[in-house]
Design a protein around this ligand. Sequence first.
Ligand code: UD1
Ligand code: CA
Length: 453
Amino acid sequence: MNVVILAAGQGKRMRSDLPKVLHRLGGRPLLAHVLDTARELGAGRICVVYGHGGEAVREALDADDLVWVRQEPQLGTGHAVLQTLTFLDADAPTLVLYGDVPLIGAATLSRLVGLAGSGLGILTEDLEEPGGYGRIVRDEEGRVQRIVEERDASDEERALSEINTGFMVAPTPALLRWLPSLDNNNAQGEYYLTDIVGLAIDEGMPVATTQPDAAWEVLGVNSKVQLAELERLHQYRNALLLMEQGVTLLDPDRIDVRGELDCGRDVTIDVSCVFEGRVVLGDGVEIGAHCVLKNAVVGAGTRIAPFSHIEDAEAGSGCVIGPYARLRPGTKLGADVHIGNFVEVKNSTVADRSKANHLAYVGDATIGRNVNVGAGTITCNYDGASKHRTVIEDDVFIGSDTQLVAPVTVGRGATLGAGTTLTADAPPDKLTISRARQVTVPGWKRPAKKKPA
Ligand code: UD1
Ligand code: CA
């Protein structure tokens, strides 16, 4: 089939400089969701009608399987589809989708497309408050006669509760006949796609309708309020899918997946976590409240305590991370690693069973196995011009409040005394300490304030 996606409108009520279809739902542009669904349906040809916002929409979402058709000016939905006619395969029906109606389901659309065999198919919906939509006008036998837009409707027609969702499927040769003949003699002075219904009836072509599986599938985004409502719907659906896969969500209303979250068995996620990009959680992973994970891989059995932030990083199995830990890009933790509160790790590898439990900065470091990094340890990786590496071999003990001025290597089994500023390599198996010897100064007096006279 051909799919035409209408995405040329301005979206005035968004009150934004960004074209409406580029606003994000689940971290991705609205239009990207519709493109996914079109591809899921196996569309042979996907034409996107764009216009408002110039080339921004095309640049954001260009792909080999898309035909971009610029509509300028935007003279209505019928005019929009008209622009695509030369790109459509006449042997296949044409399905019309909307760039700002992102939750439409493939199952609903498959049913709609199934109506195309005999003629025109329309997706309709019964609404208690049909205001603003085009109404479906039927005859006494219940056969569709036409669609009338709200602003062109009589009082009687406005009372009809069955509305046009906008989604339609039509035989492509019929569109080739009908669309060039549309006029704009209506309240909005637009070329209405909906007028093809009357044209189909005039030709004696059957017009069939079906309804969406769920009412929310046909909700559109016209304002920031609606965008937020759809975001919650989208997130809740995601949450249901995760729970169906066996993930424990402490509150399915408080999770945000803005990308792809892949979970093993018995994963538990506490409230208010955000997952961005691609995140993979192994079996038995526990994520505490208020964590943010972006492009992260977390090994089986690892626990991430609340308020931790992980980006472009990987943790092995059995690790204990956080609370308040930050793993920055290029971090790779082995198995059973502990990264505690207020510890920042960047572009570093930390091998199995090593620990940095409190208040440390580990940047551009290679840390071996069974290393203990004391509280307040800092790798001084930057000299103001370049970054340098710190190497800490297996079984090292780094005393608290140590600075490792890179490039520097701490040999296997070495111990650094607390407070050391290490500027040269520390040999293996020895205690290295740079601290001045402690003295108690005889006769010293604390300065006293002068008494007023
Ligand atoms: C349209 C339908 C109405 C239906 C409603 C559902 C028509 C004439 N009316 O009305 O029956 O109930 O959708 O939401 O079709 N667009 C373009 N180019 C244009 C005009 C619109 O690409 O020249 C795009 C818009 O970006 C939008 C979509 O088409 O995504 C619908 O346009 P809009 O103006 O919102 O149509 P409605 O008046 O809501
Ligand atoms: Ca609309």
